[in-house]
Ligand binder design. Sequence first.
Ligand SMILES: NCc1[nH]cc(CCC(=O)O)c1CC(=O)O
Length: 318
Amino acid sequence: MRTIKVGSRQSALALTQTGHVINDLRQICEREGLAFDFEVHKIVTKGDLILDVTLSKVGGKGLFVKEIEQAMLDHKIDMAVHSMKDMPSELPEGLINGAVPRRADPRDALISNGGLTLDQLPEGARVGTSSLRRSSQLKAYRPDLQLESLRGNIDSRLRKLETEGLDAIILAAAGLYRMGWEDRITEYLSETACLPAVGQGALGIECREDDAELLHLLQLYNDPETAEPVLAERRFLSVLNGGCQVPIGAHAVWVPEEDTDSPNGQNKLQLTGMVGTPDGGLILKEALTGKDPVRLGEEVAWRLIERGAEQILAEVRG
Ligand SMILES: NCc1[nH]cc(CCC(=O)O)c1CC(=O)O
């Protein structure tokens, strides 16, 4: 019996996600007759220590994962569960993404006081979000809204809806579901109003690339129907050299291929990508379909680059 040491951040969401994954893995082990046990090791990351600072000011990709990756390389832990949208596009030498489990709801959710939808919020309403992607798109959709910075873990963000006198906040639906707090959701935002972050709602499971035993288990947990769209989104992001601190969004879904004789209707991917200015004055959006997730991600990124995406991003990074 091997005990897999699972590293996790201490936030309620991270520990809950890690717990869900361990439950799933235990079930696979039972079904397949594999002898693994699991124990959680809590790790404090740089991102956790500066939760009250606007992330775009701190900069640096992978603020929440560096310490965890070092512990893995040092064999202090064997694997870690990450929110895909917090995972840097390039992993350090020696580590790989061993599985992408089935994706949860990728949409952003509005949590408002009094149950008002985005369209019903009063003129000049104060909406909390720390994400440039969300504020850019919301300002484009409703230029009258006052976007306020909102940082912290999702539990403290929900509290701030009351304590900071905000009219509404925006959070990822997936995080609320995993915490069992989906009853707080007032409205799921459409992709027209707010295209989600790359990888939103998906998890990634990182481990050492030479850990064949663990990789065998993780392969049984991988969901290709999630992994491929997420790969397209992540390729898109890395061509634009983005992270979660720039106003970039993307979402890929499976769509039926119209021009096929196959009775089952073979599927292809449809990727929508966006880059916006922080003030919402300009939102560039492109959607394409294709079979190869990597090429699709690149093509959507190139289309946006042709339309000036790199100038927008250069200004944001300024
Ligand atoms: N940036 C923090 C973060 N990372 C993952 C989630 C939610 C879960 C997910 O998107 O998978 C959140 C909170 C949020 O954006 O509301």
